[in-house]
Design a binder for this molecule. Sequence first.
Ligand code: 5AD
Length: 350
Amino acid sequence: MNGKFVNKELNKILLQEEFTKDDIVYLLSLEDEKSIEILFARADKIRKLYCDDEVHLRGVIEFSNFCEENCMYCGLRKDNEKVPRYRMRPDEIIETAKRIANQGIHTIVLQSGQDFYFDSDMISFLIYSIKNDCDVAITLSLGERSFEEYKAWKIAGADRYLLKHETSNPHHFSIYHDKQKLSTRLEHLKYLKKIGYQVGSGNMIGLPLQTIEDIADDILLCKELNIDMAAFGPFIPSPDTPYQNKSAGNAVLTLKAMAVIRIVLKDVHIPATTALDTIETKGREKGLRAGANVLMPNFTPNPYRDQYQIYPTSVRKDLDPSLSGIRMQNRIESIGRKVSQSKGDSLKMY
Ligand code: 5AD
């Protein structure tokens, strides 16, 4: 096939309103540079239409790395005894939240392993205290918890919940996870949505066994769940896990997946993940140019930060918030975008 013919076919698909699984597989499979450029340009155009040039910052606090789960890919899995475990004290968490808010960041992400030491009341206390002190939105990212807890935390003031489905393939899901099931994960996502959370989900690109068709299903699942944020980042092998010798996900495939999400789902937030920045030079900038409109800088204070080893910290190049956000702002402005001053609620709310 000559290039012209491919571009005609590609342009025709890109202008469709609805996309079949075959269309998505076609877009994810594009290989030549020119076609990929056309895909990213279309995603960028739709991003501009729905999000303008604003980039939303979400300040992440990784407040506990204890985890009850044993996910094959994750460095924080329960069986990994090499990880020194920590829990931040509530006053440290609240202080960190204030530090984030003082930098003009309007979303705080409370993230941890699945750690039931932080029970319903403790999390409610954190939400309530932070909301009382700071004018911010709160995202919880605490793994699968009980429906009663989700409800209590919503009442305490939480706005959003981030729970990645990781894979829409039920067979793969049960291989990657010890006891958890995809059907349960999906029930949780639907319940969170039903009680009014803005919900984030997503997958990892390049997990063992994953095919392009699986990624297409992941994108269609996000559409079906009507999620508010889609976080697709590359898998990075983590030492002392069963997948330590597997290959990392491919950066271009990750960027293509992000672009396709923007084109197919349109009114969703899409982060350019830290994992992408880790495996790819200027990964965040490339993500922001391929459909993304969100960055999630890490504010976890030392000595905890280095112990939150989902994947190797030696390769984790977080945006350094200690630079008063100026570097972050520079990176955003260097590509003609600007830091949003709003809380960055779901695009479906407008
Ligand atoms: N590489 C990249 N991302 C990972 N996560 C867990 N382990 C890895 C890894 N090895 C992601 C998962 C999970 C979140 C906490 O981190 O998507 O939802």
